[in-house]
Design a protein around this ligand. Structure first.
Ligand SMILES: [Zn+2]
Length: 300
């Protein structure tokens, strides 16, 4: 009896332990190197790449941002370092009211023409601002196009507002060159940790498991300063940092939630689709409006 119970417990315990360690991969968007203050650009760009160490990330590039000699140098470097490169449209116009599905669609091959020569290029697509269509028609039009063109959706599971922290930081430095950028470190790390806890718990509640997470961050000054610390924090708190292609192999990335407006974090959208978690789903999932009061209060 006790033996039976013990083996039953060990059978239960093994997968539970394997699943209890959350995994996360880095996906980095935009490659708008032009937004990094010029006086800090060279060092910042070297740091961004270095801070990943051996971790393989996925870089989702805006065609227009990298369709120039400096952009080409970045993509060559990242590609040689073993990182993957995906398509993030040419103009970064989100699939909202300002662009027709046809015009949005046309940007995908246009961007592919800029990216396809790099060995790291993969047919993975990331929607600007994670907006996947305000109507079923727009959503399904682009889904059908991506599918027919051999693209997969490079969805985000852990969405956050690093872009807003970066904007506040660069504005601050513009106003005061002597400002201590390290003051952003703790609030930024706390923000990513908070969002990771939220989306991981939602994943466990909606799917019954912790998925291989894709964290959204951007190619910017903030991450050149703190991405190394971010990864160290996750590891120190028991998370495994994995390669982005390994994360995208999780079957969750084949899911196409039936929600309108479509998009946000994939976990958010699956929670929405289930109809069971309404009180835990703010819209949009992430935005500057949630972070502004905090940064104002901190005097940042
Ligand atoms: Zn973007």
């Amino acid at each position: 009896m006790s033996l039976t119970r013990r083996s039953a417990l060990s059978l239960l315990a093994a997968p539970a332990i394997a699943q209890s360690r959350p995994r996360l991969a880095v996906t980095m968007d935009d490659v708008q190197w032009q937004l990094i203050p010029e006086s800090r650009r060279e060092g910042a760009e070297a740091h961004l790449l270095d801070s990943l160490g051996k971790t393989r990330a996925f870089l989702f590039a805006i065609g227009r941002a990298v369709d120039n000699p400096h952009g080409a140098a970045i993509l060559n470097q990242w590609s040689s370092a073993g990182h993957s490169i995906g398509n993030h449209t040419y103009s970064h116009t989100p699939l909202l009211g300002k662009i027709t599905p046809e015009a949005f669609e046309a940007e995908i091959p246009k961007t592919e023409a800029v990216l396809r020569t790099y060995p790291g290029f993969r047919k993975w697509f990331r929607f600007p601002a994670l907006k996947e269509g305000q109507t079923r028609e727009a959503r399904d039009h682009i889904r059908a196009f991506l599918n027919a063109s051999g693209y997969r959706n490079g969805a985000v599971t852990i969405d956050a507002s690093d872009w807003y922290y970066d904007r506040r930081l660069t504005d601050r430095l513009k106003a005061d060159a002597a400002f201590d950028a390290n003051r952003f470190r703790e609030p930024y790390l706390a923000h990513l940790w908070d969002r990771a806890q939220y989306y991981d718990q939602l994943s466990r509640d909606v799917l019954g498991r912790s998925v291989a997470h894709t964290l959204l961050v951007h190619y910017n000054l903030l991450n050149s300063l703190f991405l190394g610390d971010v990864l160290e924090m996750f590891r120190a708190r028991g998370w495994a940092v994995i390669g982005a292609e390994e994360a995208f192999a999780d079957p969750v990335f084949r899911r196409q939630p039936d929600t309108v407006p479509a998009g946000e974090s994939l976990i958010w959208a699956l929670a929405k689709e289930s109809g069971k978690f309404a009180t835990r789903l703010r819209y949009p999932g992430e935005d500057d409006v949630y972070e502004k009061p905090l940064l104002d209060q901190l005097g940042l």
